[in-house]
Ligand binder design. Structure first.
Ligand code: GLC
Length: 574
């Protein structure tokens, strides 16, 4: 059994994702900013989180809200300055937390000076920093290959200045950098160094699987698949073999690892990659140490709530990411429908998901507001601000309807990016403007996206007061996760289902702490009813439950309320 103290911090941590535009607005212009985030760091610390990941706040025209970068070494003025970013790093470290920035290696904004130069003429020294090709003969008016972007349709964009096409794996205004050019690799590794030298503890690597494409520009082959899934990016009857998860991208992860390995204390990388468990694990190298440190397992986003869905997640994750690989557990992010809304806004289910995340082996990711049960907000495509909404608006209505059904209504992403609900402040007349702001700013304001109308009930202040709120459930589970090495660093053994009542998922977490074995048992009740079963040992001791309203332990019996999760230990244990 590994010594818990020798395990690196990034394998034991808990991560909270902040979407800077929507966290807290300190200036009163309706847009979140870095000073706003700094003023709320104590809240995150008290919540019990150890690491913060920020969606991008670099200089950007904001057509993809920061994922279209104009300057990787400066900050968007509406968020603050470089000095504010340095202060943010320091303030996070002062509180004993870590900071992970988002790094968009794959592309820039079309407004980046590199691209402006690159598109200006074919002989410009920056021409080869991006991927330019002639269109298909005879007249060059058809895209060079059949490659689709990740959002559908050809990813090739015609540019009349030089009568050539550039490749963009995501939105048209996000031209892909050319990683076959060594100068690009050097520059982007240096960009990461720039931030690592400032003390940043790691990066989340945006659409990492798209860095390299086929060097011979061969067409993607046909495949029998209409819509993409998290496990297979093929779509519209085309596989993504030539464009996503190319072997040269896997090779490049070694350079990323070498770069972070230069730094002490340890830094870490988590990659956004699409594909089966087998495919995405390859990004971490053969034995988990040659490539990047971890990848998101987006199978979590598709898993059906229930004993079978979660049991299978656990099984697959342990099968493909056994120690020394480390699984990641994210159920929400800035690109998908808020989890609680997928769960029918059922608080008990949301608490169960959180308790699962914080007690299984791996690194849990919480998306801002998830801890108070913030819901998906309905925003019509005409009111939406996301670049994807502007892109998809052109599609016929019936196609949009099909896509919305497939993606739980989230083909554009405004609904999960609405302002954090801090308090019950700001209902109509109070805010003066008639708009809700939920304490998003020090004074009434029109936030950049509408606040959920449920904010009088779903907000931080309100939930702090209620001991049985979802917020307090998060705090309890985060507290025990930090307190018990068995939970944050231990080994995990999943119980044979035959030893437990139907639809009870159970696992044991074990760690050696100063020579003493620490064992914790977790039971999740996926049943709609109360379940009682004999404990596996005498006098179990309750460590935590998702609800404070039950008394699950009585003698040697365990009684679980519907959807309750408990963590127990043996009485004698410390
Ligand atoms: C990733 C990000 C998404 C962004 C896209 C392009 O998928 O998560 O928000 O729009 O990459 O950078």
């Amino acid at each position: 059994m590994p010594n818990v103290f020798s395990i690196p911090w990034w394998k034991k941590t808990t991560v909270y994702q902040i979407y800077p535009r929507s966290f807290y607005d300190s200036t009163g212009n309706g847009i979140g900013d870095l000073q706003g985030i700094i003023s709320k760091l104590d809240y995150i610390k008290e919540l019990g989180i150890e690491t913060l990941w920020f969606s991008p706040y670099y200089d950007s025209p904001q057509r993809d809200f920061g994922y279209d970068i104009r300057n990787f070494r400066d900050i968007a003025p509406e968020y603050g300055s470089l000095a504010d970013a340095e202060q943010l790093i320091k303030e996070i470290h002062d509180r004993g937390m870590k900071i992970v920035m988002d790094m968009v290696l794959n592309h820039t904004s079309e407004e980046h000076s590199w691209f402006k130069e690159s598109r200006s003429n074919k002989d410009n020294p920056k021409r080869d920093w991006y991927i330019w090709r002639d269109g298909k003969k005879p007249n060059g008016k058809a895209p060079p290959t059949n490659w689709y972007s990740q959002i559908g349709g050809s990813g090739w964009q015609y540019d009349s200045t030089t009568d050539q096409w550039y490749w963009a794996a995501f939105l048209p205004f996000q031209p892909d950098l050319n990683y076959r050019n060594p100068a690009v690799q050097t520059e982007m590794l240096d960009t990461m160094r720039f931030w690592l030298d400032k003390g940043v503890d790691g990066f989340r690597l945006d659409i990492l699987g798209s860095l390299f494409e086929d060097s011979e520009f061969r067409d993607n082959p046909f495949c029998f698949k209409l819509l993409p899934s998290e496990s297979d990016p093929g779509m519209l009857f085309q596989s993504a073999e030539m464009t996503i998860n190319h072997p040269d991208t896997l090779e490049f992860t070694k350079k990323l690892r070498e770069l972070t390995d230069e730094y002490r204390p340890a830094r870490f990388l988590v990659g956004e990659v699409l594909g089966s468990y087998e495919t995405i694990r390859k990004f971490c190298g053969e034995s988990g140490i040659e490539g990047i440190h971890s990848v998101f397992q987006f199978q979590t986003l598709e898993a059906k709530f229930g004993y079978d869905g979660f049991g299978s997640l656990l099984h697959q994750s342990e099968k493909w990411f056994p120690d020394p690989f480390i699984p990641t557990w994210a159920f929400s992010n800035h690109d998908c429908t808020r989890r609680i809304s997928i769960l029918g806004n059922n608080l008990d289910k949301a608490k169960l998901v959180a308790a699962f995340q914080f007690t299984v082996r791996g690194v849990p990711y919480t998306y801002y507001g998830e801890e108070i049960g913030m819901q998906q907000v309905k925003i019509s495509i005409n009111e939406a601000k996301d670049g994807l909404a502007l892109f998809y608006k052109k599609f016929p209505n019936f196609i949009l309807k099909i896509m919305q059904k497939m993606f739980h209504g989230a083909i554009y992403r405004d609904g999960c990016r609405t302002p954090m609900q801090w308090s019950g402040l700001g209902s109509g007349s109070e805010s003066g403007s008639g708009n809700n702001y939920a304490g998003f700013s020090p004074s009434p304001v029109d936030p950049w996206l509408p606040v959920d109308s449920e904010y009088p009930r779903i907000n931080v202040d309100e939930q702090k007061k209620d001991p049985d709120s979802i917020l307090n459930c998060y705090r309890r589970f985060l507290a025990i996760r930090r307190q018990y090495p068995a939970l944050h660093a231990g080994k995990m053994d999943v119980f044979d289902p035959k030893t437990l009542p139907s639809k009870i998922l159970g696992y044991k977490r074990t760690a050696l702490v100063n020579g003493v074995e620490q064992k914790l048992y977790v039971f999740l009740n996926f049943n709609k009813g109360v379940v009682q079963f004999p404990s596996l040992f005498e006098n179990p001791k309750l460590i935590a439950s998702t609800t404070i309203l039950s008394q699950p332990i009585g003698g040697s019996q365990i009684t679980l309320q519907p959807l309750e999760v408990i963590v127990v230990s043996r009485e004698k244990q410390k």
